[in-house]
Design a protein around this ligand. Structure first.
Ligand code: ATP
Length: 264
């Protein structure tokens, strides 16, 4: 976690089935900006990530989703604004699936995940359970280097859930997965939220986001263009689906990547 990210641990926990309005925020993002060199990639981004819900970040390629996620998990510091954590005092506060998960070569899948488990007191049985949950029960003894891209992502999702962190952040968890596994991964996100975690997901799979997310943050060109429950966004924009809402809300040509600060 970034030292400068105003980490606070106030011990807030989810109460039984609170409404969206009363769910305690696990992370509060306020006025966040991110500049790479002279290029402003994110500007004045503010929203909360509540416990017990899936919050989805959506937006066109290059909108700034991964930059925002890396700021939130503390891998880099925002250049403006704050990220305040209201995470209980637990061995593993944040579980994170990066966009391109990687494991130490030479290990089996089970060894790779068991390593993370050993850091938080989990047993081999816990490791196997986590791998079975993501559909890798038959691949536990396979070398990590021999996994397909989709299988590597599934192992990354298992890794992100080790220790049952109160904040789980998944950057494009369904990327490269077949339709059935994509559905399963969003079900897992839903299960984690139902168990009380704050789950933050970035995804281009708008059908699954619409089905799963309690709230959607639509990033466009580095700013929050819309925020709300999928049904609320559809209501605001007069659309029937999140895909239509996305098209209606995103400025510019959807077939061209918007590059802030020009082509350099
Ligand atoms: N380390 C970096 N240095 C300079 N520019 C960067 C860096 N990382 C990202 N960018 C730029 O920031 C912008 C946002 O990138 P980011 O990866 O956050 O977008 P994204 O919404 O996650 O995109 P995608 O949906 O394609 O994964 C892009 O223009 C990208 O080129």
């Amino acid at each position: 976690m970034s030292e400068s990210a105003n980490a606070t641990t106030t011990g807030s926990t989810a109460k039984a089935e609170p409404t969206t309005a009363t769910r305690p925020p696990i992370v509060e993002i306020d006025g966040l900006g991110h500049t790479y060199g002279r290029i402003d990639v994110l500007e004045d981004v503010s929203f909360d990530v509540p416990a017990g819900e899936v919050t989805a970040i959506i937006g066109p390629n290059g909108a700034g989703k991964t930059t925002l996620i890396r700021d939130i998990v503390g891998l880099q510091e925002p250049t403006a604004g704050t990220v305040d954590y209201r995470i209980p005092d637990v061995p593993r506060p944040i579980g994170y699936l990066q966009q391109r998960p990687a494991f130490r070569p030479g290990q089996t899948v089970k060894q790779a995940i068991a390593f993370y488990g050993s850091l938080v007191g989990e047993t081999e049985a816990d490791t196997v359970r986590r791998l079975e949950r993501v559909g890798l029960g038959a691949a536990t003894d396979r070398a990590v280097g021999a996994l397909s891209g989709g299988m590597t992502r599934l192992a990354g999702i298992a890794q992100a859930t080790v220790g049952d962190p109160p904040l789980v952040v998944l950057d494009e968890p369904a990327s490269g997965l077949d339709p059935g596994m994509s559905v399963r991964i969003f079900e897992i996100a839903e299960e984690l939220a139902a168990a009380g975690a704050a789950v933050l997901v970035s995804s281009h799979n708008l059908a699954l986001v619409e089905r799963t997310a309690g709230r959607v943050v639509l990033l466009d060109d580095g700013t929050v263009a819309r925020i709300g429950a999928p049904a609320d966004l559809n209501g605001e924009l007069g659309t029937e689906s999140l895909l239509d809402a996305f098209d209606a809300a995103v400025a510019g040509d959807s077939k061209t990547v918007s590059v802030r600060g020009g082509s350099t």
